[in-house]
Design a protein around this ligand. Structure first.
Ligand SMILES: [Fe+2]
Ligand SMILES: [Fe+2]
Length: 153
């Protein structure tokens, strides 16, 4: 699959999970825990394939503007994976604090996805050739399978 199509497919899945968890209340602690575990697995595998495969290829093919976008995107990943998500995983799901943290996670991720889809990906389509995007897609698909298998262990 084309790299960008694969990443957009991941985004769609993640956005659905975020909608799902946002529609829960403090009474749905079990659902919250289950959906959060799915979100964590999606976010971790998605950011890994982007940072290890897609972003470096994009950065290397890119101009100054693209390199700026690359660095910004990596920092947004870091905010999610190292701050917001770990905090959320330590938060009791039946509390208002959890609800607040979910809202922040959702906003951050939606903003990040929006920037990738409206700025980085259209630019990547210009600077990377179709067969390069297809090769990157294959590589990412394989890596995602390995990561998901590791998470299940
Ligand atoms: Fe990203
Ligand atoms: Fe992404």
């Amino acid at each position: 699959m084309n790299a960008i199509d694969l990443l957009i497919q991941d985004h769609e899945k993640l956005k659905k999970l975020l909608e799902q968890i946002s529609s829960t209340t403090e009474r749905a602690a079990k659902t919250r825990t289950d959906v959060l575990a799915q979100i964590e697995a999606e976010v971790l595998s998605h950011t890994r394939i982007e940072e290890d495969i897609f972003y470096p290829a994009y950065r290397d093919a890119s101009d100054k503007e693209g390199i700026k976008m690359f660095h910004e995107a990596v920092e947004e990943h870091r905010a999610v994976s190292e701050l917001v998500l770990p905090d959320l995983l330590k938060t009791q799901p039946d509390t208002m604090q959890f609800s607040g943290r979910i809202k922040v996670l959702k906003e951050l991720l939606e903003h990040h996805i929006e920037e990738e889809e409206s700025e980085m990906f259209p630019h990547a389509r210009e600077v990377l050739k179709d067969d390069e995007l297809n090769d990157l897609g294959k590589e990412m698909e394989a890596m995602k399978k390995t990561i998901k298998a590791d998470i299940k262990k």
